[in-house]
Design a protein around this ligand. Structure first.
Ligand SMILES: NC(=O)c1ccc[n+]([C@@H]2O[C@H](COP(=O)([O-])OP(=O)(O)OC[C@H]3O[C@@H](n4cnc5c(N)ncnc54)[C@H](OP(=O)(O)O)[C@@H]3O)[C@@H](O)[C@H]2O)c1
Length: 296
């Protein structure tokens, strides 16, 4: 019986452009994976207890310690063995203790106090007093407290850390319509911190802006409906504080502590601005309509 053998020659050359594209694609995927690993690596190590004391001294100042992130960070810093100076909302007390704070040389300062009121409103509806209060707390207080502590840190030449709580609302998304003033005040915090980071690095003073996404606090209530779809990435104040304290002195001038928020930041960076803008405008105006139903 005759047998037939079918020979197929596999010598059709792969086009050069295909190889080039595959190479560029693989390089890009490798690059993104490496950057992600680098971020995750920064999230993983836990600073040994006591290390913060050795690096920055015995004292930590936390503004806005009565609830949410400030309260959780104060407790976490205490667990690391630091003595705390807690700064509440009374301006008289703030002035009173500013001299004490200025006299402390080795120190961690956490500028955490912040307000998001009045929340979802258009600028033309502005209650001027509400905006002024937001600027006083989110901008002026951060500036004043930082300015109060820097002379002592510089004079004694033993370094220190200033942690300013900014927000992903200004650092990871291109706009936050109807929360314009809030996100703009947080952009100030980020730029203020980045410039001071460079200005004071040679003096051993580490200035850092931490820019979290959603943390489950009173303030977040203002945003949660607007951001509904991302609740998977919302963290508790305690979880945020653990990551945040571990990142003090690491991660450069601007960082986003915590694995979940890191992932969100990475993903947000790959979305085009126009898509962000469209989604955020719809979410925030929808949220606004729910809050002020009938007012539009
Ligand atoms: N939660 C989030 O999703 C999120 C995301 C990004 C950034 N942040 C930032 O994280 C920081 C902490 O907010 P949070 O979420 O923890 O909110 P929170 O639970 O409302 O805490 C805000 C803190 O700021 C204090 N504060 C408000 N107005 C003040 C004033 N005039 N003077 C002094 N202290 C004042 C509050 O004190 P009282 O108790 O006396 O009101 C409270 O201790 C803020 O800077 C916020 O912008 C939060």
């Amino acid at each position: 019986m005759a047998s037939h053998v079918l020979l197929i020659r596999q010598d059709i050359a792969t086009p050069w452009w295909f190889i080039l594209r595959a190479f560029v694609g693989a390089a890009y995927v490798g690059f993104v994976a490496l950057r992600l690993l680098a971020y995750l690596w920064l999230c993983l190590p836990r600073m040994p207890k006591g290390d913060l004391r050795r690096r920055y001294g015995e004292w930590a100042v936390v503004t806005g310690p009565t609830s949410g992130i400030g309260r959780a960070m104060a407790l976490e810093l205490a667990r690391h063995g630091l003595n705390l100076v807690l700064v509440g909302r009374d301006p008289a007390i703030l002035r009173q203790i500013s001299d004490t704070i200025a006299s402390l040389s080795e120190l961690i300062v956490v500028n955490n106090a912040g307000v998001a009121e009045p929340g979802a409103v258009y600028l033309h509806e502005a209650d001027v007093e509400a905006w002024a209060r937001m600027v006083r707390v989110n901008v002026s207080a951060v500036t004043e407290v930082t300015a109060a502590v820097l002379p002592g840190m510089v004079a004694r030449g033993r370094g220190g850390a200033v942690v300013n709580i900014g927000s992903a609302a200004s650092e990871s998304i291109p706009s936050l319509p109807v929360y314009t003033m809030y996100s703009s005040t947080k952009r100030y915090v980020a730029q203020f911190s980045r410039s001071l980071h460079v200005e004071y690095a040679s003096k051993g003073i580490h200035v850092q802006c931490q820019a979290p996404f959603l943390v489950d606090t009173r303030l977040m209530f203002r945003f949660e409906e607007a951001a509904g779809g991302v609740s998977l990435f919302t963290v508790t104040p305690d979880a945020y504080a653990r990551a945040a304290v571990a990142w003090i002195g690491r991660g450069g001038a601007l960082c986003t502590p915590g694995v979940r928020h890191q992932l969100l930041r990475r993903m947000a960076a790959d979305v085009p601005d126009s898509v962000h803008d469209w989604i955020l405008l719809h979410l925030t105006t929808w949220n606004r309509k729910r809050r002020f139903s009938g007012s539009e």
